[in-house]
Write a protein that binds this ligand. Structure first.
Ligand SMILES: N[C@@H](CCC(=O)NCCCC(=O)O)C(=O)O
Length: 259
């Protein structure tokens, strides 16, 4: 069998006088090396005419969806709040692509792994809301990145999380706690009705979810397993579990095509 293909919805970046549709290298590498699948970056065409058909066409052909992290925030009007300059930057072209891609993947049972901004998009896609500037809330930990030019420092593993007993994460990791590299300003606010909590930080911030009654793997994490995907056991196990789900979906898709 050829290797399965996983769609990565792109960010739009404005560099060198061009608009680029791009994904951070760490996700591409983690897909290739830790999940053993082929990543395919999907341009952020969600605001273009015919986008719904284009997104359905992507979902017809891929075996998984990996929603990456990004510094931009989900546009607040998508969850019933007002956009402000302080809450930005936004990337509405990405939102318009990733959110229908997430909904479509869940509907079809295409394996879905949503990381950092991805878990926030997953929650919004299913009707939840986002809590903003969470470090300003009394009693909360500061989940923002450590400022450093060294990415190994920014993505260092330094936060404990508690894993919910009986959750998909407990099955994948075989543990009731682990340490992660969680760096973000926002988090899940009101949890979408179809999501179940799989892990929380010591301050109660939701760190992982899964889609209840999903037809396949449908997991979101607030931290960054992609960064240490080939060296940290927790990160490795997550990408391996996603890769296994993608391979299983690819086999069933192939069987259906040849039947
Ligand atoms: N913008 C959201 C999402 C956070 C996220 O995905 N961060 C990835 C980039 C990490 C970095 O380089 O800082 C939020 O802040 O909550």
């Amino acid at each position: 069998m050829t290797k399965p293909i996983v769609a990565l919805p792109a960010d739009v970046k404005h560099t060198d006088g061009y608009d680029w549709h791009a994904s951070p290298r760490q996700y591409v590498d983690a897909a290739l090396k830790a999940a053993d699948v082929v990543p395919l970056i999907v341009p952020a065409f969600g605001l273009e005419e015919g986008a719904a058909e284009a997104i359905a066409s992507v979902l017809d052909r891929v075996d998984g969806v990996l929603v990456t992290g990004a510094r931009s925030n989900v546009y607040p009007e998508l969850y019933g709040e007002q956009a402000t300059e302080a809450n930005g930057p936004y990337d509405r072209e990405r939102d318009a692509t990733s959110i229908p891609l997430i909904r479509g993947a869940i509907e079809r049972g295409v394996p879905l792994f949503a990381i950092c901004r991805g878990i926030q998009e997953l929650n919004v896609a299913l009707g939840g809301t986002i809590a903003t500037e969470i470090h300003e809330k009394e009693g909360n930990l500061d989940h923002r990145r450590v400022e450093s030019d060294d990415p190994d420092v920014r993505f260092s593993i330094r936060q404990q999380i508690k894993i919910e007993a009986g959750s998909c994460l407990a099955t994948i990791l075989g543990a009731d706690k682990t340490s992660v590299n969680s760096l973000h300003r926002q988090s899940i606010g009101n949890l979408a009705p179809e999501l179940g909590v799989a892990a929380v930080a010591d301050d109660g911030v939701i760190e992982a979810v899964s889609v209840t009654n999903a037809r396949g793997f449908a997991v979101g994490v607030q931290w960054h397993p992609e960064y240490w995907a080939t060296t940290d056991a927790t990160s490795q196990r997550l990408f391996k579990a996603f890769g296994d789900a993608v391979r299983s979906y690819a086999r069933s898709r192939e069987r259906a095509l040849t039947a």
